[in-house]
Unconditional design. Structure first.
Length: 471
């Protein structure tokens, strides 16, 4: 039975504006205050600081990520099946999940170097499962918000841009400043006892950000569901997998997170072992983020000129070329290596910004096909694959690191063969991801010639005012 979107009167609901964009940016800022630290430093902490063997860590993180992925559709289904009270479909979930997210991000990094291996493994697996569940309760409703804030494609692109700005501002201290605090200046090894204090401060900032997100953002699209309509999760999942554009976004996102973004983990080992300069990791992070900054400024004018498909497909050709260079050419100068890496990350910058707008378009496309509006389930299923990709990515890095011959006990001191292997690994994984991203977007993210989806926005919601630019 079909859902019809009804809009409150203009007097009752303020128009889309700066508050929405700023509040939405705070949401991803808050999420990343916890997520980016754990995603970037969890492996370093448990493998290097606590001494869990890389192959055991790979198994632990895969188990945790499977759980992490499975709880996404549960939360998404609950969001769609629960009748909203007080006018908000998603905000209560963000409120309920934000406190345990803060608490367990701190507990995870309690420093216990003398604990037996089994206890360290329990700490790693147990705290991550509880933390990730809390993160899901916050992140799935947050991601679903974009589809109910506005239907205008240009405004959705602005929300995606705002989300990326929030994420980048959270990533900056974690990726740029923290290596200067975590690593020892003399032997290039990390200080395990410092992690818990860092994550406590970042988690508290994130908790405050979620509060202001709830106060600033307005949900304008309120679907009215007839009482006879029953939510059918399996029917929604079936529609997800037959939604060809959604599958294109999902596959390319998996490739980006599992392979392309592996550089955020492997880069630490590349500078620690190959270049013998851990403190350059901060500079490397700045350089790697420059394409994202450039993409943020270029996003709005670009989406007025090109389709999202064009912007999220063809830049990956540049990524393929750049990552091939850093895979097969041994570059001894770290600054040249960083410059080539930055070129390779440009496509990631564009894609990372626009992928949220593409998901919102795919949600509308699925509603057009099925007559059901199910933001929570669709976004949660997409989030499930994102988390699986992150787990696969960490497992791949852990296993690849073990295959290089890396010895945890000796830290930065490794043989030249191991150093060369780590260098090759750092380029090869993003190269694989770039190839998959290009072909999945090229062949799957298509709505059809007559569809108003993925047209160039003129700033008006009316589909007839949009302009199609064929590839």
């Amino acid at each position: 039975m079909k859902r019809n979107d009804t809009q409150p009167t203009a007097a009752a609901l303020r128009p889309f504006g700066f508050k929405d964009k700023f509040g939405y940016a705070l949401g991803d800022f808050g999420c990343n205050m916890s997520f980016v630290f754990i995603n970037s430093y969890m492996m370093l902490y448990f493998v290097t600081c606590l001494g869990i063997p890389a192959e055991i860590y790979a198994v632990l993180i895969m188990i945790a990520k499977v759980w992490d992925a499975l709880d996404d559709p549960v939360v998404g289904a609950l969001c769609d099946a629960t009748r909203p009270k007080g006018g908000s479909k998603f905000m209560p979930w963000i409120k309920w999940g934000s406190l345990p997210l803060l608490v367990f991000s701190i507990v995870m990094f309690i420093y216990v170097p003398d604990a037996p291996l089994w206890a360290k493994c329990v700490l790693c697996l147990g705290t991550y499962i509880v933390w990730s569940t809390s993160y899901t309760v916050v992140n799935v409703p947050y991601g679903s918000l974009q589809a109910v804030i506005t239907k205008d494609p240009l405004q959705r692109a602005e929300l995606s841009n705002a989300r990326s700005i929030g994420a980048m501002l959270a990533q900056a201290p974690a990726m740029i400043l923290l290596p200067l605090i975590i690593y020892d200046q003399n032997d290039n090894n990390p200080h395990g006892e410092r992690f818990v204090w860092i994550v406590a401060v970042m988690g508290l900032i994130g908790f405050i950000s979620f509060y202001f997100l709830r106060k600033l953002v307005t949900e304008r699209i309120q679907p009215q569901v007839k009482e006879t309509q029953k939510f059918n999760y399996f029917k929604s999942i079936g529609a997800f997998f037959t939604n060809k554009p959604m599958m294109g976004v999902t596959i390319s996102t998996i490739a980006m997170l599992a392979f392309l973004m592996s550089a955020t983990n492997t880069m630490s080992y590349t500078f620690m072992v190959y270049f013998q300069n851990s403190r350059m990791t901060s500079l490397a992070t700045v350089v790697a983020m420059l394409p994202m900054v450039l993409a943020i400024f270029l996003c709005k004018p670009l989406v007025k000129r090109f389709t999202k498909r064009q912007l999220c497909t063809y830049p990956f050709i540049l990524s393929i070329a750049a990552t091939a260079v850093i895979t097969f050419v041994k570059i001894e100068n770290p600054f040249i290596w960083l410059a080539v890496l930055a070129v390779g990350m440009f496509a990631v910058g564009i894609y990372s910004i626009l992928n949220w707008a593409m998901v919102a378009d795919c949600i509308d496309f699925q509603e057009e096909k099925t007559g059901r509006r199910e933001e929570g389930t669709i976004y949660a299923t997409y989030s499930l694959f994102r988390k699986l990709a992150q787990g696969i990515g960490q497992a791949i890095v852990s296993l690849a690191l073990a295959l290089t011959g890396y010895v945890e006990a000796t830290g930065a001191v490794q043989t030249q063969e191991v150093a060369d292997n780590i260098y090759t690994m750092t380029g090869a994984l993003p190269l694989i991801g770039s190839i998959i991203c290009f072909f999945s977007m090229l062949f799957l993210y298509k709505f059809g010639k007559d569809s108003h989806f993925d047209c160039v926005s003129t700033g008006d919601e009316d589909p007839k005012d949009m302009v199609r630019r064929d590839d």
